[in-house]
Structures are given as C-alpha cells and as structure tokens.
Design a protein around this ligand. Structure first.
Ligand code: GDP
Ligand code: ADP
Ligand code: 5GP
Length: 207
C-alpha cells in the first residue's frame, strides 16, 4: 500500500525542472519528499556526481538491468538510455514519502500505465528564445548538444496535454509556489485523507 504520492515532472531540456524540484525540496518542510535518481548512459556533466544526479552506467550495464526487470520505465533520450529503478521509488512511497520523477514523456506514459495514481506536471518555458538562453546560461552542454536539445524541445512540448498540470516557468519563485500548491492540493485529496486520517474520520462517524 502506497501512502506517498508519485509526481512525474517533464519539460523540454532547460525549462527549469531540476531547479524547480530542488527549490521545492529545500523550501518545503510540509511533506517528506525525494527525487528519484535515474540511471543513465550519458556522460556526467561537470559538477554532476554519481549516485546524486544520476547513477552513471555503461550501456552493457544498463542492458543487464533491463533484462533483470529493474526499471519501472526506461527510454532513449538524446541517444542515451535513461531509466527509473523500481527499488527506490517503491521503498519511499511505501513509507509515505512523496517521490518526484524527472523523466521524459515516453517514461511518463509508461509510469501512468503502471501507477495510475501518479500525478503528472509539465513545465513549459515562457518562450523558445528564453529556453535557448537558459540552456546557454546553464553552461554545461556543448553548442552541438544545445542544438540537439532545442530541436527536440518542440516534440517534447507537443505532449503537454497528456499531463494533469502545466506550469509556465517564467518567474521562478511563482513557479515554485505553483508547484507547492499542486503538491499541497494532492495531499488533501479524498482518497489520501481517508488513508491518512482514518482514526479522526472513524471517531467523527461513530454513533
Ligand atoms: P535535462 O533535460 O537538462 O534535465 O537533461 P538530462 O540529461 O538530465 O535528462 C535528459 C532527458 O531524459 C529528460 O527529458 C529527462 O526528463 C529524461 N530522463 C531523465 N531521467 C529519466 C528516467 O529515469 N526515465 C526516463 N524515461 N527519462 C528520463
Ligand atoms: P532542466 O532540468 O529542465 O533541464 P534546469 O533546472 O537545469 O532545467 O534549468 C536550466 C537553466 O535555466 C538553469 O541555469 C536555471 O538556473 C535556469 N532557470 C530555471 N528556471 C528559471 C527561471 N524561471 N528564470 C530564469 N532562469 C531559470
Ligand atoms: P539531461 O541529460 O539533460 O540530464 O536529461 C535529458 C532528459 O532526460 C530530461 O528531459 C530528463 O527529464 C530525461 N530523463 C532523465 N532521467 C530520466 C529517466 O530516468 N527516464 C526518462 N524517461 N527520462 C529521463
């Protein structure tokens, strides 16, 4: 029985999803939450640590994990494998900890199939120009990689209407507040309140 909520967050690369999740996690003390650390075959960026940003693995290791059925979902994004391992998310959700998945639309589709209670949020940039600016500002990808990510942005964004919520990440603080609002609202949904407050509800309804 899961008592935590699974939040799927997708966006075109550079829209700000990692920054928003990080800001939410540092600002919010309301609901315990973690970001699931994905496995990937892409090379680490400067400043990225194994086990913290991603579990960086070789292609053959990733393929072994696929064979072992270790992933809830996996997909090929920008020519690399990315996948979410089952263990971390199951353990946390069972303990009542909310879990954020920073995954692409292909992964989001797979997760919705398996975990229909998951809530999904799509982050959009305020404009294409601003998206490009942010990718350059982050300063972690080469010119070629940025070009590739910009070309992919339109196809990633075309999936916006498969999500439960949309945040347009223009003013950063407003977006963090909007993300918090979604999470708070979800914590109050009837199914969750019934499971979290069984005793109160039973006492109120006792004859
Ligand atoms: P970012 O776009 O700048 O965050 O770059 P990343 O290299 O961190 O992520 C590349 C793409 O892979 C993004 O679209 C992510 O949402 C997606 N991604 C990351 N982790 C996973 C995962 O575990 N599963 C799936 N399906 N996609 C992932
Ligand atoms: P993603 O995880 O979606 O690829 P990041 O969180 O790495 O995106 O953000 C890309 C860049 O844009 C980072 O340099 C980040 O600081 C910046 N950024 C994120 N949100 C905003 C915003 N609302 N306004 C201006 N810059 C932003
Ligand atoms: P980056 O290489 O910039 O870290 O990530 C590129 C894209 O891969 C992002 O859009 C990110 O959301 C996606 N991504 C990262 N991890 C996963 C994952 O485990 N599964 C899927 N499906 N996508 C992922």
């Amino acid at each position: 029985m899961y008592t935590g909520t699974l939040f799927i967050i997708s966006a075109p690369s550079g829209a700000g999803k990692s920054s928003l999740i990080k800001a939410y996690l540092t600002q919010s003390n309301l609901h315990p939450a973690i970001v699931s650390v994905s496995h990937t075959t892409r090379a680490p960026r400067p400043g990225e640590n194994d086990g913290e940003h991603y579990h960086f693995v070789e292609k053959h290791q990733f393929e072994d994990l696929i064979k072992q059925n270790a992933f809830v979902e996996y997909a090929t994004v920008f020519g690399n494998y990315y996948g979410t391992s089952k263990t971390t998310i199951n353990e946390s959700l069972t303990q009542g900890i909310n879990v954020f998945l920073d995954i692409d639309w292909q992964g989001a589709r797979q997760v919705r199939e398996i975990m229909p209670d998951a809530k999904s949020i799509f982050i959009l940039p305020p404009s294409i120009t601003e998206l490009e600016k942010r990718l350059f500002k982050r300063g972690q990808d080469s010119h070629d990689v940025i070009e590739k990510r910009m070309q992919k942005a339109r196809s990633e964004m075309s999936h916006y209407n498969e999500y439960d919520y949309i945040i347009i990440n223009d003013d950063f603080n407003t977006s963090v507040q909007q993300l918090s609002a979604i999470i708070i609202a979800e914590s109050l949904n009837t199914k969750k309140q019934i499971s979290d407050n069984k005793n109160i509800i039973n006492q109120l309804l006792a004859l």
